[in-house]
Design a protein around this ligand. Structure first.
Ligand code: PLP
Ligand code: COI
Length: 361
């Protein structure tokens, strides 16, 4: 490939300055999109080719495209932030690129080199920099994804793929912002079993979790909590977030990376920040029964969900078909708040980036 892997063709019909300003005021989550998108093709004979950053528009794909039948698709979620000095940064994009590669391997898809993954994102963010919201808690959410386009109904890995990156200005993931959420513990459905695709970020995992998430909404909850597939006892993760628990004696616990949960980049960052802060950090199995007992006895003082979209959000109430319990007094606790502010301050360039997590654009 040439020095630049993407041809840049700006749209002739960008959203007007006035409309963009209006859209950026209250973007919500995932409902507003920037003017452009990045695309790159892969075929078994040519490898990666035809990199383009051009107008955002619908795809034309064959009705027999493998993704439409067998769900061969993976994605990532990351954000571009405006820092306090006016710069633009990505948070740990190499980690997203590596996880994208692991997801690709698990789904029998070609692995996109890290440099190409980052170049696509950089070019798109440069072209659409006016879409990065500047208000507190807002950012430009980036959605890289790869899907199978070969028109063929036999069941085998596709020989053609399209990679694409979308950019979407976002505010907080939950409508209540940083207010504590209520979670629904699913007893009926599981997310992933050992040997399955739980550690991959593939569309199929989310499709399989939608019914449990819909039940959570039906019960007035914001997110679903999945238990392990074998004993239906151990807490795994939420529909779109990892989960942490804080005890009275300063212990921070999170379920281990057993192969059935997503290796969250926020999770990893929190483990590092918490250890620096003097908390005892444990990646350990934690049962739903124990969660209930510890919340009732006051041993457990806080719980929170974390992910790129959600950042860090306190869990206030835990509900299942039999009843519910409250964590602490139902409000955000001090450990959750401190970790939230430290993470956000690093992302915004307010606090020193001692781990070299920021990638300047
Ligand atoms: N778990 C699931 C199922 C997710 O969808 C996400 C979000 O990407 C996470 C965990 C958190 O991962 P990260 O912190 O890398 O965004
Ligand atoms: C993310 O945090 O990036 C995700 O993919 C999760 C989803 C809830 C949007």
């Amino acid at each position: 490939m040439s020095e630049k892997s993407f041809v840049i063709t700006p749209t002739e019909h960008p959203v007007s300055d006035a409309d963009r300003a209006r859209l950026l005021e209250h973007p919500g989550f995932g409902a507003v999109f920037s003017d452009h998108m990045a695309t790159l093709k892969w075929t078994s004979d040519k490898g990666w080719h035809d990199g383009l950053v051009g107008p955002r528009r619908p795809f034309q794909i064959d009705p027999a495209a493998a993704v439409l039948h067998y769900g061969q698709e993976i994605f990532e979620g990351m954000k571009a932030y405006q820092t306090q000095n006016g710069g633009v940064v990505l948070f740990r994009p190499e980690a997203n690129a590596k996880r994208f590669g692991r997801s690709a391997e698990r789904l029998a898809m070609p692995v996109l080199p890290t440099e190409l993954f980052i170049e696509a994102i950089e070019e798109l963010v440069r072209l659409d920099h006016e879409w990065i919201p500047t208000s507190e808690g807002a950012s430009l959410y980036l959605r890289p994804f790869l899907f199978a386009t070969e028109a063929f109904l036999g069941v085998r890995p596709s020989r053609e793929f399209t990679f694409c990156v979308l950019a979407s200005p976002v505010g907080p993931y939950f409508s209540g912002g940083q207010k504590p959420i209520t979670v629904w513990v699913s007893k009926d459905y599981i997310r992933a079993a050992s040997g399955g695709t739980g550690a991959a970020k593939c569309g199929g995992n989310y499709a399989a979790g939608l019914l449990a998430q819909a039940q959570a909404y039906d019960h007035g909850c914001d997110q679903v909590v999945f238990l392990d597939a074998v004993e239906r006892r151990w807490i795994e993760e939420l529909g779109g977030m990892n989960v942490f628990f804080v005890t009275k004696d300063g212990k921070l616990m999170t379920p281990p990376l057993s192969g059935t949960i997503l290796e969250g980049i926020t999770r990893d960052s929190i483990l590092k920040l918490a250890a620096e802060q003097g908390l005892t950090v444990q990646e350990t199995p934690y049962s739903y029964e124990q969660w209930k007992l510890d919340a009732a006895s006051g041993v457990l003082t806080e719980a929170f969900a974390c992910g790129t979209a959600a950042v860090i959000v306190p869990i206030g109430v835990v509900r299942d078909a039999a009843g519910e319990f409250t964590i602490g007094n139902g409000a955000a606790g001090p450990v959750t708040e401190t970790l939230y502010h430290r993470l956000v301050n690093i992302q915004r360039g307010v606090e020193a980036d001692t781990h070299e997590w920021l990638h300047k654009i």
